[in-house]
Design a protein around this ligand. Structure first.
Ligand SMILES: NC(=O)c1ccc[n+]([C@@H]2O[C@H](COP(=O)([O-])OP(=O)(O)OC[C@H]3O[C@@H](n4cnc5c(N)ncnc54)[C@H](OP(=O)(O)O)[C@@H]3O)[C@@H](O)[C@H]2O)c1
Length: 350
């Protein structure tokens, strides 16, 4: 690694050298930090849902212990790439740990002290990570307990872990913080909103935020998948309708949506699923001139763009930027504002 540190981390990119760290195939994960970097002692990885689902499926197909196979796959990716950047899904996740050292030229030097618990808000797909071992793979919450070290660049955002919420819960919420924050920007009073993948983490947060922004004159529809997801979304008690559908089967999903909306299309559709092939359900369910927000990491740009063109539907399509100003505060506020939502997350992540 050259020691001319770049605020975006390009000084750690090895393949190709000098590239930005997210698109780089391999980065330098040496815990010997540059003056503008931050060193974290890592204990928990919150793996992105699309990545976790893919790793779990591959581990099941291999036979034997799913947890052991997943642990081996994660160690292998990190050893080969210097980061937990899933080569199949392209996604990462984020981490929880304790500040170990703050470089003298890091923006937080002087204000952030070693020993503070933080969650990173930049993707693991660009975060230098060195793992000593994997202690446990938690299949029920997409989290992995590890011993390791990670490096945050000068531009890397993070959030101190709030003291009023359990850490694993805060981590799960912060991972998908961009979704409710974008929902807050997109939904207007009176809008008809469809959330796809409504029984998942980001889906539930978006339901809360959409209801708040659409108000009593708006309509809120929750498309969930398995019975457990339908039950979670329904138990929030804030949607006009909660229904089951497979968003990877667009025409059936559209019919299921029309059945509950009386044929009305959505002004805003928010896609929070963790599997591929759901672009066209999102487009079909959205009115001409409406907005589709693709938070899902399993979204294909090509499928969305060519699919919308193919059916002649003029909709605005927004890529789910993981970062929106204040997204951590908005996401954590959802739990503080909605006790039922908090209960659901507690039963899931604590
Ligand atoms: N844009 C970003 O910056 C960013 C950041 C973090 C995460 N993400 C992505 O956001 C997505 C959601 O993350 P999450 O953590 O909220 O995931 P999650 O908790 O796993 O929720 C995903 C939901 O998708 C549902 N689903 C699966 N297959 C479906 C289908 N065929 N039709 C309809 N729904 C289906 C699942 O329902 P069942 O469990 O009932 O099958 C689940 O409730 C993932 O793709 C993740 O990678 C994006």
């Amino acid at each position: 690694m050259t020691r001319r540190p770049c605020p975006y981390g390009s000084h750690r990119s090895l393949e190709p050298a000098g590239s930005l760290p997210q698109p780089a195939w391999r980065i330098d994960n040496c815990p010997d930090i540059a003056p503008n970097e931050l060193l974290i002692r890592v204990d928990t990885l919150n793996v992105d849902a699309a990545s976790f689902t893919q790793l779990e499926k591959a581990a099941e197909e291999k036979g034997g212990s799913v947890e052991d196979n997943m642990a081996a796959a994660i160690l292998d990716i990190v050893a080969r790439r210097g980061k937990l950047h899933n080569p199949v899904t392209g996604s990462g996740g984020m981490l929880l740990g304790t500040v170990e050292r703050v470089g003298p030229e890091h923006p937080a030097a002087g204000s952030l002290q070693p020993g503070i618990r933080i969650a990173t808000l930049v993707s693991l797909s660009l975060t230098p990570l060195k793992l000593e071992r994997i202690r446990q793979v938690n299949l029920d919450r997409d989290q992995v307990e590890v011993d390791g070290r990670a490096v945050l660049f000068a531009s890397g955002i993070y959030a101190p872990i709030p003291t009023d919420l359990p850490e694993t819960l805060a981590l799960a919420v912060l991972d998908v913080a961009g979704a409710p924050a974008q929902t807050a920007r997109l939904v207007r009073p009176g809008d008809s909103v469809l959330v796809i993948g409504a029984g998942g983490k980001s889906g539930l947060l978006c339901l809360h935020e959409a209801r708040k922004r659409a108000g009593v004159t708006g309509r809120l529809y929750a498309m969930a998948h398995s019975p457990a997801s339908v039950e979670r979304a329904a138990s929030l008690g804030i949607s006009d309708a909660v229904f089951a559908a497979g968003a990877d089967r667009p025409l059936e999903a559209l019919a299921a949506f029309h059945a509950v909306s009386g044929g009305e299309a959505a002004d805003v559709t928010i896609n929070c699923v963790n599997v591929p092939g759901t672009e066209m359900t999102s487009v079909l369910c959205t009115r001409e001139g409406g907005t589709v927000y693709f938070f899902s990491m399993a979204t294909s740009f090509t499928a969305a763009a060519l699919g919308a063109e193919g059916i002649g539907r003029d909709v605005n399509m927004i890529i789910g930027n993981g970062y929106a100003r204040g997204h951590d505060l908005i996401a954590l506020a959802c739990l503080r504002e909605n006790s039922r939502l908090k209960e659901i997350f507690e039963s899931w992540f604590v």
